[in-house]
Ligand binder design. Structure first.
Ligand code: TXA
Ligand code: MG
Length: 331
């Protein structure tokens, strides 16, 4: 039924051995489904773009949505993001727990570009689940983890749900029984200006407003690339300044080239700047390199970015979705 089902998925018990095995797999760059108090997450090392690409591959996500980076505690989260007074107050009141805070990216943050979908903000959460906490402490780095379901399907609240949906596609599932909340975390953006509710979830609006001492704003429709964006309307991912042209086989004057694979089309050798997403034609490597390569080409000062043909199967679909939107963003 599933053409990409090639992995034997290990089912791990929620004990010390299971924690050790899950930690070792994650450290090696694998994807492991873990329980949190909200829903099961499909976790990978948030600092490793190849590992994060594995999440998108396993979920069959049609798009590179930004993912939540889970941290062991507030101190770890504060290495990744900048907390203003509101964010600090909310973290203090609700962490560990079902609240995700979208904050500006900190200098020296380790969460990779792909996990943030190229945004200059980062979604951070300290989960309240002993298994997740133990692994985060052992790893000493953030874990990117969207809900552990195939894209567009219902979020899993038990290890059996995950096994049904993603068995054969991920390295392991750590069984922590049924999740207690069963609904995703609430997402609040604390960027410039008023805190905004991006997604309702495990912490109620009333509880958040009681801590803030004022009403939460709703997501704005007109978002800058660094401004809050609501789930489902993430059209404002990092959009390059340079014009993006897809399926290019020739370079126009002043254009940079975004290549894929070992053979450079003859018409593309004289680009003003060149990035190759994967010389070996590996889509996972390409996904991991995408946002960094776009940024580098944009910063080269080129007028435009000519993108060589990229296969549209597997992760290629998400890569092409992202590139198409970058190409379309220029009105
Ligand atoms: O309860 C939860 O939050 C679960 C568990 C596993 O922690 N995780 C979860 O992740 O629901 P996911 O990937 O399904 O939802 C993350 C949402 C995305 O839809 C995206 O809209 C939003 O978080 N998000 C992430 N980074 C963002 C950012 N920088 N700006 C705005 N929204 C962001
Ligand atoms: Mg989800």
């Amino acid at each position: 039924m599933n053409p990409q089902a090639t992995t034997e998925t290990e089912i791990l018990r929620g004990d010390a051995d299971g924690i050790a095995r899950a930690t070792a797999l994650l450290r090696a760059g694998a994807c492991v489904a873990l329980p949190t108090e909200t829903v099961y997450g499909l976790a990978a090392d948030a600092t490793d773009a190849r590992a994060v690409a594995g999440i998108f591959e396993a979920k069959g996500r049609p798009r590179f949505n930004p993912l939540i980076a889970h941290c062991a505690d507030f101190e770890s989260a504060a290495r990744e993001g900048v907390f203003n007074a509101d964010a600090r107050r909310l973290a203090e009141a609700f962490w560990p727990g079902p609240l995700t805070l979208v904050v500006p990216l900190a200098d020296g943050a380790r969460v990779c570009d792909l996990a943030r979908a190229g945004l200059r903000s980062v979604a951070l959460r300290v989960p309240a689940h002993p298994l997740a906490t133990a692994i985060l402490h052992a790893l000493d780095r953030p874990l990117a983890a969207p809900s552990a379901n195939p894209s567009g399907r219902i979020s899993p609240t038990s290890a059996a749900h995950v096994a049904q949906d993603l068995g054969g596609r991920i390295a392991a599932i750590l069984d922590g029984g049924d999740t207690v909340i069963g609904l995703e975390s609430t997402i609040v953006a604390c960027l410039d200006g008023e805190p905004r509710l991006l997604r309702p979830g495990g912490v109620s609006r009333a509880a958040l407003e009681a801590i803030l001492g004022r009403a939460l704003a709703d997501p704005s429709e007109h978002s800058e690339p660094t401004a809050p964006v609501a789930p489902g309307m993430l059209t404002s991912h990092y959009a390059p300044r340079a014009r993006v042209r897809l399926d290019a086989r020739m370079i126009a004057p002043g254009e940079a080239a975004l290549l894929f694979g070992g053979t450079v089309p003859e018409g593309m050798v004289n680009a003003v700047a060149v990035e190759n997403l994967s010389e070996t034609g590996d889509l996972r490597e390409a996904a991991a390199a995408l946002f960094g390569a776009m940024r580098a080409l944009d910063e080269s000062g080129a007028d435009g970015i000519a993108v060589a043909p990229i296969p549209d199967h597997g992760l290629g679909e998400a890569i092409m979705d992202r590139l198409s939107r970058a190409a379309a963003d220029r009105g």
